[in-house]
Design a protein around this ligand. Structure first.
Ligand SMILES: Cc1cc2nc3c(=O)[nH]c(=O)nc-3n(C[C@H](O)[C@H](O)[C@H](O)COP(=O)(O)OP(=O)(O)OC[C@H]3O[C@@H](n4cnc5c(N)ncnc54)[C@H](O)[C@@H]3O)c2cc1C
Length: 391
């Protein structure tokens, strides 16, 4: 699709494209081409590379070390990053706790934590969900009790992505059980090496270990690790949900995946035809997905333009999340179905068909989760009903 970028924006796009071509480690693009995720070492190597260019925390204001781009530039950057074959940065540091710290943190917290998020040297994870507090997050029970110059934390988090990689976790904890549930929640920064933290792996349906349970048993956390004041945790959690989300629809990566599907179909021999792509049904299926994706991209682009005009990003982010995740799932489903038997093996690298088809089922399985994480699609529909339709 040819979006109507200005000359300056097209020049910016060329700069980003050239930098990506020269700087993405080949191991990263090889993994993306096969439909695989990166391991910790490779993900961190890539993020440090972005950090050294000042392009890791692209949404941060320049006062805190961001590149000072507008929303259109950030959108272009994301398109170029994905089409060049690199994954997005892990969101927990740059997109979540970083903006919380420069918006609510003390000067000491800003100078201590922001530099190592900017350069990619500290990895963070998000400790919100608990076994009985997911969509109903305010019912969380992990307790932090003040004891002199520290808090004593006890409880359990679950579904903690990359907790086994992380140096730090930001947590919602209950500091007051006497007040209304939302008012008794606080936001704490906890060093993952603190005694009393136990991480147990959860293997997900794609066969990989991304997720964890995190247990806190009498974990001592210095009071200076509280962000804002006691009881401000819910305000901070809501700030994170409405914080600028120009890439929430995942358009850039879905475009890349659709291109990858086409390329794989064209390079896979098929019976009497030269390739699987020669099958008319196959082309129709891809065309239908392209039409949906183009519509989503235009909708997304309208919100990017609104952001550049200074209008706040509101409940439309829920619509983008719903449609974007549904489309991610549809593309991964097409990958599996059009691959047929070739998609049935998980890690078969033999020469029968393409490795990309071999990995398709893993990816399809993983993406079942995208309509759940970041707030389930049912909850997003509730947001739309309440805030847009006034129901
Ligand atoms: C892959 C993955 C990664 C994750 N990573 C993290 C992480 O790093 N950190 C973290 O804190 N959490 C993480 N989560 C947790 C995620 O935020 C929760 O799974 C999510 O908020 C849903 O909560 P739940 O699983 O408890 O489901 P529940 O809230 O129990 O929901 C179960 C079902 O009921 C529906 N439902 C619930 N309430 C309503 C309602 N009011 N109206 C309509 N339908 C409703 C839901 O939509 C869902 O279909 C991750 C989850 C996944 C799957």
């Amino acid at each position: 699709m040819n979006l109507d970028f200005t000359e300056a924006e097209r020049a910016f796009q060329q700069d980003v494209r050239q930098w990506m071509a020269a700087n993405i480690p080949p191991e990263v693009t090889e993994r993306t081409a096969r439909g695989e995720m990166l391991d910790k070492a490779l993900q961190q190597r890539w993020e440090k590379k972005l950090g050294s260019k000042g392009w890791l925390a692209v949404t941060w204001p320049d006062a805190y070390g961001g590149p000072g781009w507008n929303a259109t530039q950030r959108y272009i950057f994301d398109l170029e990053r994905a089409s060049a074959g690199a994954p997005a940065a892990s969101p927990f540091g740059v997109s979540m706790v970083g903006p919380v710290l420069y918006s609510f943190g003390s000067e000491a917290q800003k100078s201590h934590y922001l530099p190592s998020i900017l350069d990619g040297s500290t990895l963070w994870c998000q400790g919100y969900s608990e076994p009985n507090a997911g969509s109903d997050l305010a019912s969380l029970k992990t307790k932090a009790v003040r004891d002199g110059d520290h808090y004593l934390v006890n409880g359990q988090k679950i579904w903690t992505t990359q907790a086994h990689w992380a140096d730090m976790i930001f947590c919602l904890v209950r500091t007051d059980s006497e007040v209304k549930a939302q008012r008794g929640i606080s936001f704490l920064l906890i060093d993952m090496k603190t005694p009393g933290i136990e991480i147990r792996p959860i293997r997900s349906i794609d066969g990989h270990h991304h997720l964890n349970e995190v247990f806190f048993n009498d974990v001592k956390v210095p009071v200076e690790n509280l962000v804002g004041e006691e009881g401000m945790g819910w305000t901070i959690a809501k700030f994170l949900l409405t914080h600028e989300r120009t890439t929430i629809a995942g358009v850039a990566d879905t475009k890349r995946e659709l291109e990858r599907l086409k390329k794989t179909l064209k390079s896979t021999p098929s019976g009497m035809n030269a390739s699987r792509w020669d099958d008319a049904d196959c082309q129709r299926r891809v065309a239908e997905l392209e039409i949906e994706l183009t519509a989503l991209e235009y909708t997304n682009f309208r919100t990017v333009a609104a952001t550049d005009e200074g209008r706040p990003f509101g409940p439309e982010s829920s619509g983008l999340k719903i449609k974007g995740t549904e489309l991610q799932q549809k593309v991964s489903q097409a990958f599996v179905e059009l691959g047929g038997p070739l998609s049935l093996t998980w890690d078969n690298d033999d020469e029968i068909g393409s490795t990309a088809f071999n990995r398709a089922t893993r990816r399809y399985n993983f993406l079942r989760a995208c309509t759940i994480y970041g707030g389930t699609n049912e909850i997003q529909k509730n947001v739309i009903a309440k805030m847009l339709l006034d129901l």
